[in-house]
Design a protein around this ligand. Structure first.
Ligand SMILES: Cc1cc2nc3c(=O)[nH]c(=O)nc-3n(C[C@H](O)[C@H](O)[C@H](O)COP(=O)(O)OP(=O)(O)OC[C@H]3O[C@@H](n4cnc5c(N)ncnc54)[C@H](O)[C@@H]3O)c2cc1C
Length: 427
């Protein structure tokens, strides 16, 4: 650690989960941070997500875990079965360590908690700023080019957190390859009637062509009633066909596979209430170009099979901020960051890509194998442990993992009165 810590003038592009978390860490460390967001009014897109113990640990480091937990729903159990009743997943975080849990949260809640924090720290947020490229000056400093030809800067460092469609990653030729997934998702938020989802992430499958999921979310920033995210997988090519057939046909299709979903899908009055999400996998040549660093989905978008994308972005934020605190120059910090992230990111990039055909594809062999092996693996102690570590966001290789004790603030659950029937207390 250098005797005098360097203070960097830093631009962060994108006020999503990764960018906001980065802004929180860097500002707290004394750096001069500015956020650039393309929307006039920053806002989250999509329905809900599952924060894993890894992501929750990062939020705890920002001091925001309690706030989000109050708004969200603890998830202990992942349970998935085929339409014929074959169990594919039956995993409880607590069998890995009693203090571990996932957190089902509305995107608006996660966004609001992070956004309010960044605003309270006094980070300038420049909205309506579409970042298109960066330039390195003779003295090594950088400027950020915005659409319309305006330049911002100079900065010691620019961090790209602008998501999967990052113009900077594309412009700076940092992408080795980008593979879109043939399957996509329709997802939305409904009221969790009579606490249907409890503290479970529930999934139902038919081969890999059909996948339906529900995730408890707790409240939204504007509605204290319990909510649930609803997920329906479909081939991306079928989007127009599904819309043309009409909402009622789609609702009937869902309830044919999962009759208990009837009161939930009936809450959708229009396809506009469902977000159509496409995704893909990206491999970068490197996670930086000079002093431009790629983070979050801009660097490593993955399919949501393992529920890790936002968690990985949060981990990027923590680890990049730590690298900047202990390095003498931005170059050293970036090299340090790339080294520190390699194993964790590589594991989840490979694992997500490997898992996708088992759950979202036209294949028949992969789901056939899944139906005969996954449930069995959940009952084999070593395999179950590894599956839970994978889910928790702490794997760094086939036989290596982060210590959840290091990563997770010590939480304990006790019976209480939150929407999901539990409240979570820090021990
Ligand atoms: C169906 C689905 C389910 C998912 N479920 C989960 C889950 O359960 N758990 C999980 O951890 N992850 C999940 N994910 C993944 C997760 O949503 C992403 O990994 C996460 O949102 C990435 O965050 P980010 O901040 O890196 O990027 P983003 O959330 O994409 O944010 C990027 C920000 O940059 C802004 N921006 C974009 N371009 C520019 C520009 N040129 N200039 C300025 N600003 C710009 C955008 O407006 C946005 O505010 C899911 C994804 C999908 C599609």
């Amino acid at each position: 650690m250098p005797l005098l810590r360097s203070i960097y003038k830093t631009a962060i592009v994108g006020a999503g989960t990764t960018g906001l978390a980065l802004a929180g860490f860097l500002k707290a460390d004394g750096h001069a941070v500015e956020l650039f967001e393309r929307f006039e009014t920053p806002r989250p897109l999509g329905a809900g997500l599952l924060l894993q113990p890894s992501g929750l640990a990062v939020l705890a480091r920002l001091g925001l875990d309690d706030k989000l937990i109050t708004l969200s729903a603890p998830v202990h159990h992942l349970y998935g079965e085929t339409q014929r009743g074959t169990v594919i997943f039956d995993l409880d975080y607590r069998s890995l360590a009693p203090h571990l849990f996932g957190l089902g949260t509305h995107r608006a809640s996660l966004f609001q908690v992070l956004y309010d924090h960044v605003v309270s720290l006094g980070v300038p947020i420049h909205t309506g700023c579409d970042a298109v490229e960066t330039h390195t000056q003779a003295d090594g400093q950088m400027s950020l080019r915005l659409a319309g030809g305006r330049d911002a800067g100079p900065f010691d460092l620019i961090i790209d957190a602008s998501g999967r469609h990052s113009k900077l990653a594309l412009r700076h030729g940092a992408i080795a390859h980008d593979t879109p997934c043939p399957y996509a998702a329709l997802w939305g938020v409904v009221h969790d009637l009579e606490g249907f989802s409890k503290d479970h992430l529930l999934q139902r499958y038919d081969a890999a062509r059909v996948m339906i999921g529900t995730l408890p979310l707790g409240q939204t920033p504007t509605d204290p009633r319990p909510h649930m995210a609803f997920f329906w997988s479909l081939p991306a090519r079928d989007r127009t066909k599904v819309h043309a057939a009409g909402l009622a046909t789609w609702q009937e299709g869902v309830t044919r596979y999962w009759p208990q979903m009837a009161p939930f899908v009936a809450q959708f009055a229009d396809f506009d209430q469902l977000t159509f999400a496409e995704y893909g996998h990206r491999v970068m040549k490197r996670w930086h170009d000079g002093r431009l660093v790629f983070t979050g989905d801009a660097a490593h978008p993955i399919s949501p099979q393992l529920g890790q994308g936002a968690n990985l972005g949060l981990c990027d934020a923590l680890i990049l901020s730590e690298a900047l605190s202990r390095s003498a120059t931005p170059e050293d910090a970036i090299a340090d960051y790339s080294r520190a992230r390699k194993a964790h990111l590589t594991f989840y990039q490979i694992a997500s890509r490997w898992m996708t055909p088992f759950f979202q594809s036209d294949q028949t062999l992969a789901p056939w194998v899944r139906d005969r092996t996954f449930g069995l693996m959940c009952r084999m102690p070593w395999m179950k442990q590894e599956m839970l570590r994978t889910l928790s966001g702490i794997k760094t290789g086939l036989f290596s993992h982060l210590d959840p004790g290091d990563w997770h603030a010590p939480y304990r659950l006790r019976p209480g009165a939150s929407p999901s029937g539990s409240i979570i207390d820090r021990t």
